[in-house]
Write a protein that binds this ligand. Sequence first.
Ligand SMILES: *Cc1c(COP(=O)(O)O)cnc(C)c1O
Length: 407
Amino acid sequence: MDKAFSTRAVHAGRHDFISKGVHAPPIDFSSTYPTPDLEVAARSFDSMVSGDSPEGNSFVYQRLFNPTTDRFERALAELEGAEDAAAFASGMAAFSAVLLASKSRGTHIVAVRPIYGTADHLLTSGLLGMSVTWTTQDAIAAAIRPDTALVVIETPANPTLELVDIAAVVRQAGSVPVIVDSTFATPVLQQPIAHGAAMVLHSATKFLGGHGDVLAGVVAGAHSFIRDVKHVRAATGGLLHPLASFMLHRGLPTLALRVERSQDSATELAVRLADDRRVASVLYPGLPGHDPRGLLGHQMLGPGSILSFELGSDDPAVMRAFLGALEIITPAVSLGSTDSLIQPPAALTHRVVEESAREAVGISRGLLRMSVGLEDVRDLWRDLDHALAEVASRLEMRPRAAALTGR
Ligand SMILES: *Cc1c(COP(=O)(O)O)cnc(C)c1O
């Protein structure tokens, strides 16, 4: 039977519950495991160190394998339509392991800006001994070299919410695998593997965790890729802690509810902001003209619950006054939590990206990125409206409806 996403999200990773006689996933905190049969343990060790499964119940040591984390990985892989997944102590740990695992194919990366600021920094700095060519989604083919190991894209892009056409990028990449950071979309709205991506990456800290209390990352894809990633993880560390895995697994059944509810609110707030003359511009895929490639409803089921906007002033003092006047929306980095968060990317999440690179892709000093949470949308709008009123005398008024057209 072909089950709907929400049904699979409720049951993923729980198939053995009846036979185990449990109704919630057991948590296994063991850092080490008994090895009564040395031969089995040795074979299991060899298997796990190279990124494969343990033999029977011989898990040997937590860095190599943890049943609670494995259970969450299987659940997430199922929701992404992937063969396998590997969970890490953060999104950046997952991305680093993917990059290190790809080095057997080459040390050159092709990537499309903008992406998450620290991911940009990791690639630009050459910290892992790899070089990067930044390009646009239409010029991937020209940037590919014989030593290109990976193409990196993020859609919707952080923080401009630009949508990248995954299938078109995959076609241009040819035999080079493409990884999609799908953190903003979640598997509720977008499943990159179905569009030809080799791997999908999530900062599980965001929507998957969903409650602002877990730091985690996960990468899903074909066995052949995830095996290499797990090989790196077994050698370098970074396995997700079993309690964090339990919490992420616990959140999956409500993921669709949370994403859809906050998306409805984000859609309404984007329209209101776009219609407000105190706001200079709004970036949100759901606004008319903001999805030039027609990816909504096809690659991505809905516009998501993150939006960005600029006030009618780029004076930092005005931005500080605006943020200070908010009562419900918390000024903070991160996103995808139950509560709404707002932050200026140029000053915080993307401060590690060179200013010229930021400006080139539309991350202005005045840009604010808002993650819409589960509060009542009327309260959220009242909060924004009140804070805008506080600074209104210092804002330049925009001609009506000018922000409704795309960049
Ligand atoms: C937060 C974030 C990351 C990094 O994840 P951490 O869990 O903070 O390490 C990567 N990509 C995107 C899109 C993010 O929002």
